[in-house]
Write a protein that binds this ligand. Structure first.
Ligand code: FAD
Length: 301
């Protein structure tokens, strides 16, 4: 369980005192506010705050005085148009602030998304918890033989048991050493900012992460994708579920054009036209590289 009873009580207290507001409210997002959604073995995401809703996107696009149009169908059409034509700034009018608890190696991938505001738990100031990410057995996979940046079949039998044992033992030993170095019993005690450097990358950290909807969609496009590492993908999927409830029209357009859509190169369009005209096109006369052709056939057959 990633949250202590005290932390759960704090969340419930925050949820028990609603206040009236003149600001835009998304009923779907209100249901998520403050609540932690568990991710991996000790992690979570929770929405701390948000600004705007679907109507705010429409309102900004039209630079209008009210809350957008009166017709959902008009709003939906406009949002889809904006998404289709990469008119992205109206989506930047919506913001989200998340509290995330995640392993350090996931945080390293996540932090590459520079268009966000981040404040991380300070391990110079505070002592870290004894919590490590240990993959579930079905995630303990061998190196992929076709993709250097991926995993293949799940490890089996004695090897799987041995790997799990190594992961748990090494993390436990490292944390024992961390505590011994910090201890001030009979010794000076090493500074927290130094003692932490011996901890493994599966140690959990936490941060507040704030971004706008446009950049969040970019993050989700990359990290909720099947090519993203499982351990960050599950966080992206948890966030996506909240976004779907927050801005259902914008999320539907995002799913359609970004997650479900593909970008066609000029060469790919030319090949499709030739195929539609009945021509048999091969990689050699397509003008595409082998890699491009493989990806093209993966979608179009
Ligand atoms: C499957 C996958 C594999 C990856 N593998 C690697 C890897 O092997 N090694 C590695 O180092 N990284 C890797 N990355 C990270 C990747 O290269 C990006 O750094 C990361 O996805 C963040 O994307 P971004 O820069 O578009 O996002 P953000 O930093 O959020 O930026 C969003 C957009 O803002 C603009 N922008 C932001 N900052 C600048 C800037 N300084 N100058 C110009 N434009 C800017 C760009 O248009 C950018 O697309 C991988 C990512 C994925 C999804």
């Amino acid at each position: 369980m990633p949250l202590s009873p005290d932390q759960i009580a704090e969340i419930e207290a925050a949820r028990s005192t609603p206040r009236p507001t003149l600001r835009a409210v998304s009923e779907g997002m209100e249901a998520h506010l403050y609540r932690a959604q568990e991710v991996l073995d000790h992690g979570f995401i929770r929405v701390i705050d948000y600004m705007g809703d679907d109507a705010a996107i429409v309102q900004a696009a039209r630079v209008s005085y009210g809350a957008g149009t009166k017709h959902v169908s008009n709003d939906e059409g406009l949002i889809r148009y904006l998404m289709r034509h990469w008119h992205s700034t109206p989506f930047e009018m919506c913001e989200i602030k998340l509290h995330v608890k995640l392993p350090v190696f996931v945080a390293r991938q996540w932090i590459r998304h520079r268009t966000a505001n981040v404040n991380e738990y300070s391990a110079r100031y505070s002592i870290l918890d004894r919590e490590f990410y240990i993959p579930a057995p079905e995630q303990l996979a061998a190196q992929s033989t076709v993709n250097n940046q991926g995993r293949g079949a799940v490890l089996q039998g004695a090897e799987a048991a041995r790997v799990l044992e190594v992961l748990k033992r090494d993390a436990g030993q490292a944390f024992d050493s961390y505590e011994q170095m910090l201890s001030q019993e009979g010794q000076q005690g090493l500074a927290r900012e130094l003692a932490r450097m011996n901890l493994p990358m599966n140690t959990y950290t936490q941060w507040y992460w704030k971004t706008d909807l446009h950049n969040l969609f970019h993050f989700l496009r990359l990290r909720a994708d099947a090519h993203a590492q499982y351990e960050i993908r599950v966080y992206a999927e948890a966030i996506a579920a909240c976004v779907k409830d927050w801005v259902p029209l914008a999320f539907a357009a995002f799913e359609d054009y970004r997650m479900g859509g593909v970008t066609l190169s000029a060469k790919a369009i030319a090949v499709l036209k030739r195929r539609l005209a009945g021509e048999v096109v091969t990689q050699e006369d397509s003008g595409m590289s082998k890699g491009e052709w493989r990806e093209f056939e993966g979608i179009w057959g």
